[in-house]
Ligand binder design. Structure first.
Ligand SMILES: [Zn+2]
Ligand SMILES: [Zn+2]
Length: 368
């Protein structure tokens, strides 16, 4: 008996330890966009058209985030050659689109503020009340004040951390220190609007570089890591081409058992999601010991995963490991302050943010 149970437990140990490397079962991911405009502000789609576009394209959830307004109350517009059109409130068209487990609409607002003549925009997701811009003498102060105000308003909804700092390089407005000190958990590492300069320029950093700098600061200051999201910031639903702010460019894939506001929120706060502009994952694992991911490969497409990290004592982040193929893994050594994975595909994105963009995915950073 003793021998048997020893063999059994040894076998179990072997199975468990090797089991980690197998492709896990496909996880359920819900696809969503957290940044969208309509005729309620400067978008050119009626609310129902916008919701229909996302639902038809297989998205599971959509946050409607017009500038400094919630889709409620009376709003009259003159558009498409007609005058006096009363826009539908979210609560009046919600039931035309929502389906349990299939599609969900979430109230939001893009709080659109400015300081030092630079735009400071933040999304509050699941707001019940419109939040006015909080103002501030400097960009840094403006970001901090708005994060505080939105968090305060979101407490009522039970989703206090669902604040996203938008497009930091729009108007070259934000520095990485603004992201670092903001108190926000989320920022847009990718935004599909053609004017937002995700990739920086020859002298100014990309949003990804700002992300790493901000997280180095947060680790040094014992603050929670900043998480990245990809969004559309869609404004234009008529013509589809580079240079227009079209839907379908960047999204989040949230891993949770149930399509509901609170479960999506919990999953996102716990970094249980990834960002994508086209690359789809079968699953991923990311903890203090390792990061593993499995791409759902498309025929004829090649994938490279880069593990970007910041080593103790180093002055800058670097690619710690590069893996070709649809599977990739990185084992943390303990010398990293943090590591994150990004997948770059050889497939050219259709109707991209910028001409020639390759489809990508981004996982959230982890610490040893
Ligand atoms: Zn904006
Ligand atoms: Zn926007």
């Amino acid at each position: 008996m003793k021998v048997h149970s020893f063999i059994l437990s040894t076998l179990l140990l072997i199975v468990t330890s090797f089991g980690c490397d197998r492709v896990p079962e496909s996880a359920i991911f819900y696809k969503g966009n957290l940044h969208t405009h309509s005729y309620w502000s400067d978008g050119n789609g009626f609310p129902g058209e916008v919701a229909a576009w996302y639902k038809d394209q297989g998205y599971h959830f959509l946050a409607v985030t017009d500038h400094n307004i919630l889709q409620e109350g009376e709003k009259i517009v003159n558009v498409r050659g007609e005058e006096g059109i009363v826009l539908q409130e979210l609560e009046s068209y919600r039931s035309d689109f929502e389906e349990p487990g299939k599609f969900l609409l979430i109230h939001g607002e893009e709080i659109s503020d400015a300081a030092e003549r630079k735009p400071v925009h933040l999304n509050g997701i699941n707001l019940k009340k419109m939040v006015p811009p909080a103002k501030g003498a400097t960009v840094e102060e403006c970001v901090i004040n708005n994060v505080k105000a939105i968090r305060e308003a979101l407490k009522e909804s039970g989703t206090p951390e669902w604040v996203i700092i938008n497009h930091p390089n729009f108007g070259w407005a934000l520095k990485w220190t603004d992201l670092a000190k903001s108190g926000a958990r989320f920022f847009e590492v990718f935004n599909g609007h053609p004017g937002v300069r995700n990739y920086g320029d020859s002298i100014r950093p990309s949003t990804e570089e700002m992300w790493d700098q901000a997280n180095k600061w947060r680790i040094d200051n014992d603050e929670p890591l900043l998480l990245g999201v990809a969004t559309d910031d869609a404004h234009h639903y008529d013509t589809y081409k580079v240079g227009r702010a079209n839907p379908g460019r960047g999204w989040v894939m949230v891993r949770t058992g149930d399509l509901a506001v609170n479960t999506l929120y919990e999953a996102m706060v716990n970094a249980n999601y990834y960002c994508s502009t086209g690359v789809e994952l079968v699953n991923f694992k990311a903890d203090h010991k390792r990061i593993q991911l499995w791409v759902n490969p498309e025929e004829g497409v090649e994938y490279t995963t880069e593990f970007v990290g910041w080593l103790e004592g180093s002055d800058e982040p670097e690619v710690l490991k590069r893996v070709d193929g649809a599977e990739a893994a990185y084992r943390l050594t303990g010398k990293e302050l943090f590591v994150r994975a990004r997948v770059i595909s050889s497939k050219i994105k259709d109707n991209p943010f910028a001409e020639g963009d390759q489809e990508m995915a981004w996982l959230q950073p982890v610490t040893p």
